[in-house]
Design a binder for this molecule. Structure first.
Ligand SMILES: [Zn+2]
Length: 408
């Protein structure tokens, strides 16, 4: 298939137009689940889906779909991404995948008519967890893993309950989980990292989404006078924490890619210049695509931390608050996309995703793949988020090829 006549100007202008919902104050886009900008964006997309000749409909929970019915309607090939943003987000995270999916399906319809299998683009209600402390509301409902009970004690920063916001918008809980056989889900998304740009690739075919484990580490010592406490008599919590962090980083470097370990937050008590720190609390974020290697690394750093705390007579408490396993993408779909890239001579690479995406939730129930386009300087979750139009178009092209391959 040769893709010509694809309207790249329209791709650009539709992204701009959708960006006005939540992006009119010059500080990026802020479009939070069920707020006015969110409602505006979903309704605008619904109109667009209709204009493009798709059947547009919402599910019970606020996901929006544009459907091109196939003549073998048993199963659905789905593409899309999330419509919500972070606070002051960019114009591509999430919504690029929706616009691209809509345009890809429109292109296929115009060129090849009715598909064998039904094609759907989905604008998922929520992914980021920006308004409520709950992530993946959209995709978790599609695969049916949300329990109503878990949504009762969830509030936004203004004290509005999740359920109240949900019902006020006219949506509710999912009454018809699993009523649709999704044969494949393909998400197109910006990389949000710098690998593709540095390596000068236009397309990233993702084989795994990393697992993430996050911890809060508390090191307890004794606050004491900085002048009168000799070094040998101190129980310096920060000295202990610093040694631990060095070991954690050195070990991560020794393991090498794709393992990453980050301490991004450190709090000291009392946090003053002339007192030996009595307590040091730091975060630890560890990611890898292989569960066993990740667990082995974690075991090693946990025992190194324990050794240091014992040697320095410090208390140590480690609390795990995120425990996500790596998620492999569907091997067959990855192969289909990779073959399309090879055949069409696209400038691509195989890679993993270091960030979480709806694809990792969908993959729990549905064969799923994830395709990246470059992010300039790796910047995302920021108004500066940018991808060259040529690469955005390359992304839609590989999506068109893939959907054609799967649905026609
Ligand atoms: Zn995203």
């Amino acid at each position: 298939m040769v893709i010509d006549g694809f309207n790249q100007k329209e791709l650009e202008s539709l992204i701009e137009e959708l960006s006005t919902y939540g992006g009119s104050d010059g500080r990026g886009i802020t479009r939070l689940l069920f707020d006015d900008n969110w409602i505006g964006a979903q309704n605008w997309l619904k109109d667009m889906f209709v204009q493009k000749g798709l059947d547009a409909y919402y599910d019970d929970v606020g996901n929006l779909y544009g459907r091109l019915e196939g003549y073998d309607t048993e199963s659905v090939i789905m593409t899309g991404s999330h419509v919500d943003t972070v606070v002051s987000g960019g114009k591509l995270d999430g919504q690029y995948g929706i616009i691209a999916g809509m345009m890809a399906i429109e292109y296929l319809k115009n060129q090849y008519g009715t598909p064998k299998k039904t094609l759907e683009v989905v604008s998922m209600a929520e992914e980021e967890g920006s308004r409520f402390p709950f992530t993946f509301w959209g995709s978790k409902n599609i695969v049916g893993t949300v329990r109503e009970e878990e949504m009762t004690e969830i509030f936004d920063e203004n004290g509005i309950g999740f359920k109240e916001a949900l019902y006020k918008t006219g949506f509710g809980f999912n009454k018809k989980v699993d009523d649709k056989e999704i044969e494949a889900f393909i998400e197109l998304h910006v990389e949000q990292g710098g690998v593709l740009e540095i390596e000068k690739n236009s397309i990233g075919v993702v084989h795994h989404i990393v697992g993430q484990k996050r911890y809060i580490v508390t090191v307890d010592g004794e606050a004491n006078h900085a002048g009168t406490t000799p070094m040998g008599y101190r129980r310096d919590s920060l000295h202990g924490a610093a040694r631990m962090i060095c070991e954690i980083m050195n070990k991560a470097i020794e393991y090498g890619d794709p393992l990453v370990a980050t301490t991004g937050k450190l709090d000291l008590v009392p946090n003053t210049s002339n007192v030996v720190p009595g307590k040091a609390v730091f975060t630890l974020d560890i990611r890898h695509i292989d569960k066993h290697i990740m667990n082995e690394y974690i075991e090693k750093v946990m025992s190194l931390m324990k050794e240091i705390s014992e040697e320095m007579n410090l208390g140590l408490d480690v609390e795990k608050y995120m425990n996500g396993d790596p998620v492999p993408m569907d091997e067959n779909l990855v192969e289909v996309i990779r073959n399309q890239c090879e055949e069409k001579g696209m400038n691509y690479r195989m890679m993993h995703s270091g960030a979480g995406h709806d694809a990792q939730i969908m993959a729990l129930k549905v064969p799923t793949a994830l395709i990246f386009v470059p992010s300039h300087k790796g910047i995302s979750h920021n108004p500066e988020e940018y991808t060259d139009l040529r690469d955005l178009v390359e992304g839609v092209k590989i999506l068109i090829e893939t959907l054609y391959n799967l649905a026609y």
